[in-house]
Every structure is written in C-alpha cells, then in structure tokens.
Design a protein around this ligand. Structure first.
Ligand SMILES: Cc1ncc(COP(=O)(O)O)c(C=O)c1O
Length: 468
C-alpha cells in the first residue's frame, strides 16, 4: 500500500494538534522523522525547550518564562521577532496571487528598485531567491559565466557561504566538506585578511571571482584589518577578477552601516543578501549585480531564463522585504547597531581584563564574538587523563551557551566554524537594559573556573532532564 493510501486511513495530525504537541513528542518525531543526531545533542545540553511566543528580543516558553534572544536567528532577526509592520504587510497582500509566473510582479519591481537605491555604487540588477545559499549559487554562476575563460574561484579559509554544492565549494571549513568531495573544481582557499596572498593568487589572471565576507561571522566573528576590503577591491580590479561580497549575515544594519562594505566604501561586483531581508518572517534571498556584468550573461530574450527560481520574487516575500527595508531605514537601525554594539563591546572588554577564561572579544556593531582560552592543565585535566581538556577545547563555547540558557534565560550559540566562540547577535532593536542583563550573566559565569562552568552546565541539563 502506498504511503498516501496509508495516510488516508490513519489520522494525519492537524495544525491544531501540532500546536499541542509536547516537548517529549516533539523530540520523538524529530528523532524518527527529521534528525536523530541533532535531537540527541540538543537534549543533552537542554537546548530543546519549547517556545510558544516571541516578540522583538524576547521569547517565552510554555511555562511563561521569558528568555532574551541574543542569537537573533543567526542574523535573520535584525528587526526582532515578529515585527508588527512586516506581519501587517504580509496580511495586506494575502489576497493577491502569491505565484503567477505568467506576469510581472509590481512588488518585486518595487523591492528591486529600493534595493538598488540603497545598495553601494551602481549595483542594480536583482535576482530574488529563497535563502542565502541560493543567493551565493546565483552569484557564483553569474561570475563563472561572465569570466567564462577563467577556471578558478577564490574564497577565504574559515569562511561560511552556505551548504549547497556550489556554496559549500567556496566555504572554508573541511568538516562540512569532507563527506561531499569532489566539490566544484578550481575553488581555492586563502587566508582571510591577507592582501599579499590574494595578489599572489590573482596575478595568474585565471581567477573568475573572489568571494568574501566583509567580516567572518561563522568563522568566529573575525574582523579583518582596516582597509582590507578596499585593498581587495583594488586587486580584483587590477587582475580582472569579479568581487562577490557576501553580506548575508552582515547586511541590513548589523555592523553599524546598512551594508558592511560601506565601512570601506567598496562597491562589490555582486552582493549576496538574505537572512534579515525577509524581516525574519519570510525566507528571502537575493543577489544584486552591476548591470554590465548581469547584462552580459542574462541580457536579451535568448538568455533571460538561464537562472530562475519558482518561488523567487513571490508576493508574500516581496511584501515582507518592502516592509523590512522601510522599518530598518525609518528606525535608523544601522546607527542603533553602531551605538549599542560599541556599548556591548566596551562592557564585555571590561570583563575580559579580569577573567582568564577569555582569549579575545571582538566585533563590529551588533555582531560580537567572545573567544575562550584553551584551559591550562590542572587537577581536572590530570583526573580525566586529558578528556576534559579536549572537551573544553572544542566545546567550551557551547557549555557557556548552555549555562546562559538554562541559568540566565539568555539564548546564544557558538559560531559554526569555531565552536569555541560564542556569538552575540541580538536584534538591532535591543535595549541597554537587555545588554546589561547579558553582561551581568557573563560577569557571574566568568568568575568561575573551567571545571565549575562544565559542572554547572551539565548539571543543569541533567537536572532539567530529571524534572521532565
Ligand atoms: C555569510 C553567510 N553566507 C551564507 C549563509 C547561508 O545562508 P542560508 O542558511 O540562508 O542558506 C550564511 C548562513 O549562516 C552566512 O552567514
């Protein structure tokens, strides 16, 4: 009997029933139907809480407990959770056709125009898609076609551009790549922030494009030396290589400018966008390119359909994008990010002076990373024959994140490429009061030793397990 036939006989879960599923049943379904490994990891550190309401920087669990979200959807929540103006915009267009490829969508036209007005320099042609990785795929294809005779693509070690095949090929983390080789041929990694190394690679004039984040987010919140992006721009111009800047995480005010490329007054050839563009409510990605480049590849009636996406430019996503840009500009969120980010950094750096647990605190605007030191050998190290050291080396960041969540009701996470760095990336609407709460929690945690943090974090996870 087919699955559909079975489904007709058994009861499918309705939305109402799904809304009522408790924590244990959610775990069970995840284990059975989605990802058993993920289910185990989240349960182990008591990260699989059930949140039932969210507004701005706060989320609430089923017991009504409030948590501060300093993870901010990995940069997708610059406007906070459920921004009213974005929800209203989506309601406003509910009755329009969401998908009608046989026509042009006025909302897509308007959003593309607005993006072009806000983006640096002469960036103008917009391609809409549904995620960051898809925006990167589109940018790589455009660059490959434009510089077709050049076989290479350069990216930075430790970078993160997404996990689809092309995006993964230019992502600088072996852990995510090893199972999937061979990836795209001709992709080479170079150190981030190193102009001399970049020039050495570009000078052979066989590189179609260099893709780079203005500031590495998942790489551990790495800010490059001042003027790096400007130098990159000059070298790419000198050697005829296209510059793709990935602003998927840094865009829309996060670092204190609307786009992080503006810190160096750089206009990329292609800029990738996603995450906060959809207001944290709707999946929405895009790239925006210089017309000369886009037109050479897709211009004209014979080439206009070489790269498309069924849901790209749908009405609901476009309404979300239009409302998001309005809100970011109207509330001047880039300035707010610059101001609150400087305050957060200053407060955390003051803690750093007193704690041996912290290696470095760095960031730009409201994208801040705290890197932890490797533990020095001590009694715990001896008793565990090295196990504690290797655990804390890799996972101390997640233990601190566990402590922040379970004891202080603050949501954070480690950066994907560097688990020893906790990233703080709250909505740009965050208040001083919320920042102070987070700094106070860090102050308490940092008064402890490695072993105390470990015991505290694992202990509260176990306690919560016993309670449930
Ligand atoms: C800089 C950067 N590029 C690309 C991506 C991939 O975006 P998505 O997860 O929407 O595919 C991310 C996601 O974290 C990112 O931070």
């Amino acid at each position: 009997m087919s699955k559909a036939a079975v489904a007709n006989r058994i009861e499918l879960l309705s939305l109402e029933e799904a809304l009522d599923i408790n924590r244990q049943a959610t775990r069970d379904y995840y284990r059975e139907y989605i990802n058993p490994g993920l289910t185990k990891v989240l349960a182990l550190i008591n990260f699989d809480k059930q949140f039932v309401r969210a507004q701005d920087v706060s989320v609430w669990d089923a017991e009504g407990k409030e948590y501060l979200d300093f993870l901010g959807g990995y940069g997708a929540l610059n406007l906070g959770h459920n921004p009213p103006s974005v929800l209203e915009a989506i309601r406003r267009v509910m009755e329009r056709p969401n998908l009608l490829q046989a026509s042009l969508n006025p909302l897509a036209a308007a959003l593309a125009r607005n993006l072009a007005l806000l983006a640096p320099g002469d960036l103008q042609r917009v391609f809409f898609c549904n995620s960051g990785a898809e925006a990167v795929e589109g940018a790589l294809k455009l660059a490959r076609a434009y510089n077709h005779e050049r076989p290479k693509m350069l990216y930075c070690n430790n970078s993160f551009h997404g996990k689809t095949f092309g995006a993964l090929s230019v992502t600088g983390r072996d852990k995510y790549k090893a199972s999937f080789t061979p990836l795209l041929p001709g992709c080479e990694g170079i150190p981030f922030g190193d102009l001399a190394e970049l020039e050495e690679h570009l000078s052979s004039s066989d590189v179609a494009a260099f893709i780079v984040e203005p500031l590495q987010g998942e790489g551990g919140v790495k800010v490059p030396p001042k003027g790096y992006l400007r130098g990159v721009r000059e070298l790419c111009d000198r050697y005829g290589t296209l510059l793709i800047v990935d602003e998927i995480q840094t865009g829309f005010g996060r670092t204190g400018h609307l786009f992080a490329s503006e810190h160096d007054q750089v206009t990329p050839d292609i800029m990738c966008l996603a995450k906060s563009l959809g207001g944290g409510v709707f999946p929405l990605g895009a790239y925006i390119a210089r017309p000369k480049i886009w037109d050479a590849v897709y211009g004209g009636m014979d080439k206009y359909a070489l790269h498309t996406s069924t849901f790209g430019g749908n009405t609901l996503a476009m309404a979300a994008g239009l409302a998001t840009l309005q809100a970011i500009i109207k509330q001047d969120l880039p300035s707010q990010a610059a101001r609150q980010g400087a305050y957060l950094l200053e407060q955390l750096k003051a803690l750093n002076d007193k704690s041996s647990l912290i290696k470095e605190i760095r960031g730009q605007g409201l994208l801040v990373g705290i890197e932890f030191n490797q533990p020095t050998s001590g009694i715990w190290e001896k008793l565990s024959s090295g196990k504690i050291n290797s655990l804390t080396n890799e996972y101390f960041g997640s233990l601190v994140a566990g402590e922040l969540l379970n004891k202080y009701q603050i949501i954070t996470a480690y950066t994907l490429n560097n688990p020893n760095v906790i990233r703080l990336e709250p909505p740009l609407t965050v208040s001083r009061e919320a920042i102070d709460k987070v700094v106070d929690a860090f102050r308490e945690i940092l008064e402890h030793s490695y072993a105390q943090v470990m015991i505290g974090s694992i202990g509260s996870a176990l306690w919560s397990k016993l309670k449930n």
